[in-house]
Ligand binder design. Structure first.
Ligand code: 1QQ
Length: 398
């Protein structure tokens, strides 16, 4: 068994180096040394994206335990193999390559950001390994390739509802400023959608301010925007930059509504902007209050562990693992997974997962043939901070 595994790794390495498809002739194990079915979890555990990635990791871990307690793949446990994708493209590519070649996973959940997905997903596509994005929301992700799907609904479906919610809270909004990080594929994609939504609501886009996801000082942009007498500010950044921007806008005296994009969608923001996070509106692709059997179970497990309601990124990562598990179970009922060559299993798994309908914490989902998620329910939440600024929560608007 060990020699077969070693031979497989060696051949896979040669294939990866030479970029040749030698899938079919390699004797390939479909379970790891312990007999479990390995699924790769390529998410950010370090870097600036870790504020979001750690929530995804938490959701994936709960899914691993939950589905193994329910018998795994018809009696065979799954093994989640975690590889940190950090915050950059190279780390994501390395994580994918390790999972594909060394860990011989059947599929990958990840990477954390769209920026990473545009670099790392093609590696999986070439190796014919199915990928499910759990936090990739930029335009164009499923179109990267046949093996690329996502359970994280695209910005275009989710984000505009936050603008509508702002207008509902304050019908006098007219003058709007947009801030976005210009060095990230997701933030640039999101701001486009926000800007379209602002115009189609008949609002006036007064200024567009740019920054970098690594910035911490926003005085220049914030001051020049505030001078323009704004009724609404819309931010597309990642967690730390977004939190600092919110804080500095408030400190400089901006008092009207702020809408944050998906990069601000984490309670890890609270430590950055404290009481000044209060009131920020963020659209959601998940509600902890959604009532179906699996969300009740997921919510309970999450609460037991973290003493709070599960956030969107955790629910989406749980869902991505669920899709792999349910698709593997269906395949296994047709043909025992152990009888597949790894390359064949990966391809069959990709075909199977795109065909299914899944009852998930996000509600019922399915996929288009391209791998885009079909999801029904979206929400908007507003941050409510406690007076001391240490704790806060997302309050879902009706
Ligand atoms: C993307 C996102 C980010 C907020 C994930 C970290 O939605 O990159 O698509």
């Amino acid at each position: 068994m060990l020699r077969r595994q070693a031979l497989y790794i060696l051949l896979s390495l040669i294939c990866a180096v030479l970029f040749i498809a030698c899938d079919r002739n390699i004797p390939s194990p479909t379970s790891n040394a312990t007999g479990n079915i390995p699924i790769g979890i390529a998410l950010a555990q370090t870097s600036n994206i870790a504020l979001l990635g750690q929530e995804s990791v938490a959701g994936a871990k709960i899914a691993g335990e939950y589905f193994n307690a329910k018998g795994g793949i018809n009696g065979v446990p799954i093994a989640l193999i975690f590889q940190d994708v950090g915050g950059d493209e190279t780390s994501a590519i390395n994580a994918f390559q390790t999972l594909i070649v060394k860990d011989a996973v059947v599929g990958i959940v990840g990477p954390s950001s769209s920026q990473q997905a545009f670099s790392a997903d093609p590696v999986a596509e070439r190796a014919k390994v199915p990928v499910i994005g759990a936090s990739n929301t930029a335009k164009g992700i499923p179109q990267i390739g046949n093996y690329i799907a996502r359970v994280s609904a695209p910005i275009a479906e989710v984000a505009p509802s936050a603008i509508a919610a702002a207008l509902k809270l304050d019908p006098n909004i007219q003058r709007v400023a947009v801030f976005y990080a210009q060095n990230d594929a997701f933030t640039t994609s999101e701001t486009e959608i926000f800007q379209q939504a602002i115009k189609s609501q008949g609002l006036q886009l007064v200024t567009v301010q740019k920054f970098q996801t690594t910035d911490t000082d926003f005085q220049t942009q914030a001051t020049s925007a505030i001078d323009l007498k704004l009724d609404l500010i819309v931010i597309s950044g990642l967690a730390a930059d977004g939190g600092n921007l919110v804080r500095q806008l408030r400190e400089l005296g901006y008092g009207r509504i702020i809408v944050g994009g998906n990069g601000l969608n984490t309670s890890n923001l609270f430590a950055v902007c404290k009481t000044l996070c209060d009131g920020v509106l963020i659209a959601q692709a998940y509600s902890p209050d959604y009532e179906n059997e699996i969300n009740l179970a997921f919510r309970q497990l999450y609460r037991d562990r973290y003493q709070k309601a599960p956030p969107q990124f955790s629910a989406q990562a749980f869902t991505a693992v669920q899709v792999f598990v349910e698709a593997l179970r269906s395949l296994d009922r047709r043909q025992k997974l152990g009888q597949f060559l790894l390359a064949d299993l990966r391809t069959a798994l990709n075909e199977q997962l795109l065909k299914g309908t899944y009852n998930t914490p996000l509600g019922e989902i399915a996929f288009t043939p391209e791998g885009e998620v079909l999801q029904k329910n979206f929400y908007v939440a507003q941050i409510k901070m406690d007076a001391d600024g240490n704790n806060g929560r997302f309050v879902f608007l009706k």
